[in-house]
Design a protein around this ligand. Structure first.
Ligand code: HEM
Length: 478
């Protein structure tokens, strides 16, 4: 097997590779770093396959440039997540939510911005009811997940459903179940995945449970849509992902595919909640552990809002806020890997490495982000690293935005398949961080100490049990 010629981190003999796969679950970060330091291209074992990992910015660029017919993004997602069994059977084949996330969501961001500001404010009122008198301990990770799912669903299905606690719990649980399902299937060889996949109960249960929440809304909209002619607007027509998908379905001759729409709403929740929750909790922990960032952030946010109000455009002038989130994502990320692809044919890389067809290949994200060749003092959190770069060099002014990607900066992937939800995610996370900075002081009980990240295979979670202490600020001067 030509894959044996690629150097391995961990044991490489057939049975011993399972030992490597177990080690990878607990020590992925170390093993990726070991491979990155030693090799241009290396492989690690997971339970059902090898993953070939490329090292460094140059190789990331080479990987992302390979066309879909050679290195496929979608086939990699299918192989690793098995979405037909873990996400939703129909929405994984007919991905109407991806089309809407790619096309309509970015176009509507400015119009939806005030809705997200309102929803985040209301969610904080409910979930973080801190006073000025004493510190309120808040279990940060699940609280962030609730806020993210509420704000995201404001844009996916609108109010009041986005405030329904049971619907949001369902969406968050579904997101975790998708990850559990994908984790379970990884233990089985390819020929058994369809058998075991069909036995996973969660997607079916979630689709059944979500239907009664969505059906009345969809029926009402369908009625209105049937009565309106192409191009006609009805007063107060909702402007959200569900509406865009329903219009698309009508336009493309699918009619009113009820079940597909329910699945697509859930699938959109999966893509948005998991990644955004992890990313925001990482940033919140940096803020709580590093109070020196609070004042400069407050000054920037307050002065921009005072001058120009709070809009998508004015938020673009909050360079420090943007930089803080980007730096947090550089240091932590959601995964040790990015730009993950599946070879549909044999490929020889520029360094001579031969990759046989049907191999999963990926870029070493965390190692790229912590490489001194790419970032000075890379191991240190420097919240205003990117805003300084924009200020110091005029030519750099339009680079280093949170949403920009490059071969050195692959937190949102890079190239044709770079995350299409990142423009929305960046807005949402900036609104959340700004609201928290304006309303509260935050800290950890053990001041200045950020809890260790929890790596589970390639996933890089912030500590999921940590409490952040919140105290409401005196806002009478605002
Ligand atoms: C901070 C939060 C987020 C992070 C860190 C993130 C990260 C990523 C990454 C690394 C990829 C793979 C890119 C590649 O391999 O080149 C991706 C793809 C994707 N993301 Fe995100 N994402 C986030 C938020 C979102 C949100 C909020 C949505 C939806 C509204 C979304 C929708 C998608 C979709 C649909 C894809 C697949 C793209 C394709 O099919 O080409 N993401 N994301």
């Amino acid at each position: 097997d030509p894959i044996n010629r690629i150097p391995t981190v961990g044991p490489s003999l057939p049975l011993l590779s399972y030992v490597g796969a177990f080690r990878f679950v607990a020590h992925a970060r170390k093993m990726l770093q070991e491979g990155y330091s030693k090799y241009n291209v290396f492989k690690v074992a997971i339970f059902d396959r090898w993953i070939v990992v490329v090292s460094g910015a140059k190789m990331n660029d080479e990987l992302r440039r390979l066309p879909d017919e050679v290195m496929s993004f979608q086939d990699a997602a299918n192989e690793l997540v098995q979405p037909v069994y873990t996400v939703a059977p129909d929405a994984s084949v007919n991905m109407i939510h991806i089309e809407a996330i790619r096309e309509q969501l970015p176009r509507n961001l400015a119009r939806l911005f005030p809705c997200v500001v309102e929803e985040v404010g209301l969610a904080l009122d409910d979930l973080v009811p801190a006073t000025q008198d004493e510190w309120l301990p808040v279990k940060a990770f699940p609280t962030v997940a609730q806020i993210i799912s509420r704000a995201s669903n404001r844009v996916f299905v609108g109010a009041p459903l986005c405030r329904d606690k049971e619907f949001l719990d369902l969406a968050c649980k579904y997101t975790n179940d998708v990850m559990t399902g994908a984790g379970i299937l990884m233990f089985f060889p390819n020929f058994l995945k369809p058998v075991v996949g069909r036995l996973l109960p969660w997607p079916r249960r979630a689709i059944r449970a979500a239907r009664p929440y969505l059906k009345p809304i969809m029926d009402e909209r369908h009625k209105q849509l049937s009565q309106s002619r192409e191009g006609d607007e009805w007063p107060d027509k909702p402007n959200d992902l569900l509406m865009w998908m329903m219009e698309d379905a009508k336009r493309t001759g699918m009619g009113y595919p009820e079940d597909l729409l329910v699945q697509a709403v859930l699938a959109a929740n999966f893509t948005a909640i998991h990644t955004s929750t992890i990313t925001f909790a990482h940033a919140l922990y940096h803020l709580a552990a590093n109070p020196e960032y609070v004042q400069p952030l407050r000054e920037e946010i307050e002065s921009v809002i005072k001058e120009d109000g709070w809009t998508k455009v004015s938020t673009g002038r909050m360079w420090k806020l943007d930089s803080f989130l980007k730096e947090s994502q550089r240091m932590n990320g959601v995964s040790g890997l990015s730009i993950t692809r599946f070879a549909l044919q044999d490929v020889t890389l520029s360094d001579g490495t031969f990759i046989p067809a049907r191999t999963v290949v990926s870029g070493a994200m965390s190692c790229t982000h912590l490489d001194e060749d790419n970032y000075a003092n890379a191991a240190a959190f420097d919240g205003f690293r990117f805003s300084r770069m924009r200020e110091e060099d005029e030519r750099e002014r339009n680079k280093h935005h949170y949403v920009s990607t490059s071969a050195k900066d692959i937190g949102f992937g890079h190239g044709k398949h770079a995350c299409p939800g990142r423009f929305f995610a960046a807005n949402e996370l900036k609104i959340m961080l700004a609201c928290i900075v304006l309303r509260y002081d935050v800290k950890f009980r053990e001041e200045g100490r950020r809890p260790e990240n929890e790596w589970l295979a390639t996933s890089c979670y912030p500590c999921r049990t940590a409490e952040v202490l919140f105290k409401r600020r005196d806002e009478s001067h605002l």
